[in-house]
Design a binder for this molecule. Structure first.
Ligand code: FES
Length: 506
């Protein structure tokens, strides 16, 4: 004979399991995003686990709601289960549970569409899962028929305590963010248009400035009173706003877990336009440098195995990536350069990671580097940064889905002869023609629109805008064209359009 309260038992069990899974999913997400578990948080399955917990939790919530309808004891109708305040039974706590359900649907739905949504929007929706957890706690605390039992109280108090501690950790450790935009009233656009926004800058103190190789200056920066600096992930770069008016981007090369310092290494380039030369001549301990960022267009994807290939100063982002990997992760580094004297961190990396680091100095080699052999053995993700010739050669040998490149100089891309393009800015309700001889970024600034520029060479990624209609002609070197297409973004400092017009989300 069927247990008369079968559906009621299912409803209670699924509700408690959903609450546990919800708490676990939120806590796991917090641990991953704050990098508290930095020594083990890289493999893809750890990230997948967060999604799995969230998805399973939503299934349990659905089962809880369906079983309430089938249960004959309280006899909820579908309307009472789906519409807040449609029932007289503990109307407010039930309504809070229903509201939490819709929030959770939005969180899971936006996660599935993550690559198609603006990151800010996705993040906002994702953060609402904290609100859903609080609503669920009230819902479970006031509606459950087990509320009076000791074991239920123990479970409830434990879940609420765990979630509260995790949320406090999340708030106190901060997050890796893109720089906020602020309006500098002094820099108004011509014609009385709205002021052009400037990246939010902060003054950091130079703690040390010491040579780390011939022609390479290692610089350590820290905030006022050793304040915690914004979180960053390997592959991120800082923009230095130099007193001579130049802006230069440098990859962070320290340990991402060190929240008190930013480390960069600056190569003095022979054809310096005044950036690296100024830094080498003027930066001394104690001085303050204005910086913005960090920004990241070269993120380390979760993988079981990595091959890092660095050429010259291209070692800087690779060093941060290596620092962040758990000890047991499978990785190797091939580091090429003219001579060990000019190769920053070569001796340190070789000593710390013996057997994993292959130094290829030209003045020590009798034969040239066999890239086919180096790349042929790699089955995991390949990260490469260095001279264009090295990156092109590596990219030609690695499937695009496993290849990650970071460029310091603009790629010389074959472009059609520039033609005028009509640009419509949806949010600002402005439209104008950009003549062939003007960059779209310059035209946006001229019209007082809120887009930041920095390198103006299609390298740094600062000027990123979202495209709502039209087809951009990507001429930058920030990221793969396929990624830009899927994200519907472009970099207007260099890119143009293959269609007569573009509609931008600014
Ligand atoms: S300003 Fe650097 S990519 Fe456009």
């Amino acid at each position: 004979m069927t247990e008369p309260h079968l559906w009621w038992y299912i409803s209670r069990a699924s509700a408690i399991i959903a609450w546990v899974l919800m708490t676990a999913s939120v806590v796991w997400g917090i641990l991953l995003s704050t990098r508290v578990m930095r020594r083990v948080d890289n493999p893809a399955w750890l990230q997948d686990l967060h999604r799995f917990l969230g998805g399973t939790m939503l299934i349990m919530v659905g089962l809880h709601m369906v079983s309430l309808i089938f249960d004959k004891w309280l006899a909820f109708t579908p309307t009472e289960v789906l519409v807040p305040f449609a029932t007289d039974f503990k109307a407010l706590p039930v309504a809070l549970g229903i509201l939490a359900f819709y929030i959770l649907v939005a969180v899971q739905g936006s996660s599935l569409l993550m690559n198609r949504l603006p990151r800010k929007f996705w993040k906002g929706v994702h953060y609402s899962s904290f609100a859903a957890l609080i609503l669920i706690s009230f819902h479970a605390g006031f509606t459950g028929t087990d509320v009076g039992s000791l074991w239920y109280k123990i479970v409830a108090v434990s879940l609420i305590a765990i979630a509260s501690i995790a949320i406090i950790i999340r708030i106190s450790t901060g997050t890796a963010t893109r720089p906020a935009r602020k309006i500098d009233a002094k820099r108004a656009a011509p014609g009385g248009a709205s002021p052009v926004p400037q990246p939010e800058q902060r003054g950091l103190t130079v703690v040390s400035a010491t040579p780390v190789a011939d022609g390479v200056l290692g610089i350590r920066l820290e905030g006022p009173d050793r304040a915690l600096l914004p979180l960053w992930h390997p592959g991120a770069h800082l923009t230095l706003h130099l007193p001579n008016g130049l802006e230069r981007q440098y990859s962070l090369c320290g340990d991402p877990a060190d929240r008190h310092h930013y480390d960069i290494a600056v190569l003095r380039t022979i054809d310096s336009e005044g950036g690296s030369e100024w830094i080498h001549q003027n930066v001394v301990p104690g001085m303050t440098i204005q910086v913005s960022g960090p920004l990241n267009h070269f993120e380390l994807e979760p993988a079981a195995e990595y091959l890092f290939i660095a050429g010259g100063i291209g070692i800087t982002p690779m060093k941060a990536m290596i620092e962040s990997l758990p000890a047991q992760r499978d990785w190797s580094l091939v580091y090429v350069g003219r001579s060990r004297r000019t190769m920053a961190f070569a001796a340190e990396l070789e000593a710390r990671y013996a057997g994993r680091v292959l130094i290829q100095a030209s003045d020590e080699r009798t034969t040239s580097l066999n890239l086919d052999e180096v790349v042929g053995r790699a089955v995991g993700q390949v990260y490469c940064c260095g001279p264009e010739s090295l990156m092109s050669a590596v990219a030609a040998r690695v499937p695009a889905e496993r290849m990650h490149l970071e460029r310091f100089v603009a790629l010389d891309r074959a472009a059609r002869p520039a033609t005028p393009v009509h640009v419509e800015c949806r949010k600002s309700r402005k439209a104008f023609d950009v003549p062939a001889g003007q960059s779209i970024l310059d035209a946006l600034e001229e019209n007082g629109l809120p887009v930041l520029g920095s390198c103006r060479k299609g390298v740094c990624g600062t000027c990123e805008v979202r495209v709502l209609a039209g087809e951009p002609e990507h001429l930058d070197s920030v990221m793969d064209d396929a990624d830009k297409e899927s994200l519907r973004i472009m970099y207007p400092c260099v890119s143009r359009a293959t269609t007569p017009g573009l509609v931008l989300n600014i």
